[in-house]
Unconditional design. Structure first.
Length: 302
């Protein structure tokens, strides 16, 4: 793992960025049984799906192009469109110059798009996102003739306790889900992010979870995951500040609905806290930040 690359690895790409681990992961996700020495060709592109951190891995396996993307934040409904641009770049990279202009049919690897979701928002075990959902209008007659561009993305929830059958088939994926779960639990308990990740690393090593990888790369893992989650936290804070600013503008204009809604949700959260419901569960159910819930918890304790 290089510390000086312009585009940095994530923990996900560091774990699964080799042939043996990719084959194990793909077998678990698809039910295939490719041997671990099956030849694959890495085809990951930089600067296409994300800005400065690589959370995606693309590779060619058995005449298929597989695009795996880890997604820690809320799932974007625009992922099919973003992946369409991504796969176009990959095909452009793989196809020989001018080969596309030949008369004979040019055979290309079939694409397979999978997003691995391990964010904190409530999300089903699996979901299919479709490019066609973004179309401004639909021409039923045109669709019946097969002339519509479609792209489907399979989203798989890999949080600990979800999709147990899939996760159990890949030891590294199972370990990664447990590691992320420990980091999140430490963070929810009140630890700052660096300490939350550091403790999760130590606990996982002690429990034999990803122990070889974490022993070799503990400092890199702490730096990478802290940077990843801090970036996501900054985005989350920016979104919340935008909402709060909108509420303030509404108040200035004499609109009181926002205040009433805020009072209502606070009452609901306080009621849930009195029932000793887990903070993370409350955050998911009511789409409220953990920091906001902890503020209400502090007020309640006074």
């Amino acid at each position: 793992m290089s510390a000086n690359r312009e585009y940095k690895d994530s923990v996900f790409t560091a774990l699964f960025g080799n042939e043996r681990e990719l084959i194990s992961l793909y077998n678990a996700l698809t039910g295939n049984d490719y041997p671990e020495d099956t030849p694959i060709e890495l085809a990951t592109l930089e600067k296409v799906v994300y800005n400065d951190r690589l959370n995606d891995i693309a590779f060619v396996l058995d005449d298929k192009i597989v695009v795996l993307i880890e997604h820690q934040s809320s799932i974007s409904e625009n992922m099919p469109l973003r992946i369409l641009l991504y796969i176009a770049h990959i095909y452009d990279k793989l196809i020989e110059d001018k080969a596309i202009y030949r008369r004979k049919l040019l055979k290309i690897p079939k694409p397979d798009f999978i997003i691995l979701y391990n964010g904190s928002d409530s999300f089903p075990d699996e979901k299919i996102l479709r490019l066609s959902d973004a179309y401004m209008s639909a021409d039923e007659q045109h669709e019946s003739l097969g002339g519509v561009l479609e792209l489907e993305v399979r989203v798989v929830n890999i949080n600990e306790g979800r999709n147990a059958e899939i996760v159990s088939k890949c030891e590294t994926l199972n370990g990664y889900a447990r590691f992320v779960s420990k980091v999140r639990a430490n963070s929810v308990s009140g630890m700052d992010l660096t300490n939350a990740v550091t403790k999760a690393v130590k606990d996982c090593i002690g429990e034999g979870v990803l122990s070889d990888f974490l022993k070799l790369h503990s400092s890199e893992v702490i730096n990478m995951l802290t940077a990843e989650w801090n970036a996501e936290l900054a985005n989350s804070v920016a979104r919340e500040e935008g909402i709060e600013q909108g509420i303030e503008q509404g108040i200035e204009q004499g609109i009181e609905e926002g205040i009433e809604q805020g009072i209502d949700i606070s009452a609901i959260i306080i009621s849930a806290l009195k029932k000793n419901e887990p903070i993370e569960q409350i955050a998911k159910e009511h789409n409220v930040s953990i920091a906001k819930i902890m503020q209400l918890q502090t007020v309640l304790a006074q």
